[in-house]
Write a protein that binds this ligand. Structure first.
Ligand code: ADP
Ligand code: MG
Length: 282
């Protein structure tokens, strides 16, 4: 494509809220075969809410006390729920965030853990209770005190209004779609089904996302779409990194494209403009 055609393409995209860093990125978009998405905040709204509690209010209070020290979206949902229930929070010491797994700390002389089944050592009975909720697309976190699970909290994060339509349009254009998430397989599959994602890669630790993108790139040209600090390495390594405008600054710097309105239809617009730009010339 001529420099003028590239300028026209990126200019048209910018008017639609799709900020493409340069003509080279636009060319790579035209060659894409697969789009991989982060789940939370990318496919979903990223504003999760508590829907179920198994256990008593002490379990919710323990979870909220510990999560008040965390910045994770799940933590926010739990703290909000405890506030609505009028629960007072206890003081946490020795707080520690365990990436992709949960949080840990001391509460009134006891060791508290909130997070995945692996982190909290939830047994088969607890995991079964969780599985039923996970199949409804709810993320489950377990609450443990001194090595004993005392409850679980289910949290739901809805897909964005346009996610399903955007994924459908990408598939219509011949793209394969993938979800890469740290969340549990059941939850990931349930959300993938709601929005029509082809392949799910679940239980991915934050530092593993980039490796999964690299593995996909062995066979196909891959875009990765994400919003979080943890998504930055995957955004950098992908053939095309696409960051949500609502995302962290680190994600936006790592992406070759930023979607101003954080709407996945922006991925479709980028693809259409890129294909048009490169068909015309060749
Ligand atoms: P995602 O890829 O959906 O953004 P993360 O990698 O942030 O997910 O987290 C993966 C899993 O780790 C969560 O589903 C949850 O089980 C657990 N987890 C992470 N952080 C927390 C937290 N602050 N509180 C409870 N659970 C957590
Ligand atoms: Mg995210």
């Amino acid at each position: 494509a001529t420099p003028t055609a590239l300028m026209v393409g990126t200019g048209r995209a910018a008017k639609m809220g799709v900020l493409i860093k340069n003509g080279e990125v636009l060319e790579k978009v035209a060659a894409l075969q697969t789009v991989a998405f982060d789940k939370t905040g990318t496919i979903t709204v990223g504003k999760p809410e508590v829907t179920d509690l198994i256990g008593d209010s002490a379990a919710l209070q323990t979870a909220a006390s510990l999560e008040s020290a965390s910045e994770h979206p799940l933590a926010q949902a739990i703290v909000n729920q405890a506030a609505q229930a009028g629960l007072a929070l206890e003081k946490v010491t020795d707080f520690e965030a365990i990436e992709g797994r949960g949080v840990k700390g001391q509460l009134a002389g006891k060791e508290a853990l909130v997070g995945s089944a692996e982190l909290t050592g939830a047994d088969a009975t607890w995991r079964e209770k969780a599985a039923a909720l996970q199949k409804q697309a709810k993320t489950v976190v377990f609450v443990a005190l001194d090595g004993q699970v005392i409850g679980l909290v289910a949290i739901q994060d809805q897909p964005k209004a346009s996610s399903k339509a955007a994924i459908q349009l990408l598939k219509k254009r011949g793209m394969r779609t993938v979800m890469l998430t740290g969340d549990n397989e059941n939850v990931a599959q349930a959300i993938a089904k709601q929005v029509g994602i082809d392949q799910v890669i679940a239980g991915v630790l934050p530092n593993e996302k980039a490796d999964h993108v690299k593995a996909l790139m062995q066979k196909e040209k891959v875009a990765f779409v994400g919003d979080g600090i943890n998504d930055a390495p995957a955004l950098s390594v992908a053939d095309v990194g696409i960051a949500m405008g609502s995302g962290t600054d680190i994600a936006k710097e790592a992406g070759g494209i930023v979607l101003v309105t954080s709407d996945l239809l922006g991925v479709v617009r980028a693809l259409d403009i890129a294909r048009k730009t490169f068909q015309r010339i060749k």
